[in-house]
Design a protein around this ligand. Structure first.
Ligand SMILES: [Zn+2]
Length: 87
């Protein structure tokens, strides 16, 4: 399986999209996180894993027609804890 570069906080795919990447304190690009989660070397909000799951559900549902709210929640509950921020 190919490892897709995605945000290690919310799971958003970042492959080939530097404009979606977060930024470090010195203004350089941080490819580990997206710019919604991480800006200027800090997380934009201090969320719990549960809050992050709630925020991500509508995005997953709108991105994938096959997904309903319950399936998205289940997927996120399995996927997000594997990301760097939540380990
Ligand atoms: Zn993110």
């Amino acid at each position: 399986m190919t490892k897709i570069n995605s945000c290690q906080s919310c799971g958003m795919p970042l492959a080939g999209a530097d404009n979606l990447c977060g930024t470090n304190k010195d203004g350089s690009i941080n490819k580990q996180y997206c710019n919604y989660c991480y800006q200027n070397g800090e997380f934009t909000s201090n969320l719990s894993l549960e809050e992050m799951i709630e925020i991500c559900i509508p995005h997953v549902v709108s991105a994938d027609k096959e997904m309903n709210k319950e399936a998205a929640k289940e997927m996120l509950e399995e996927y997000l804890p594997t990301l760097e921020r939540w380990k």
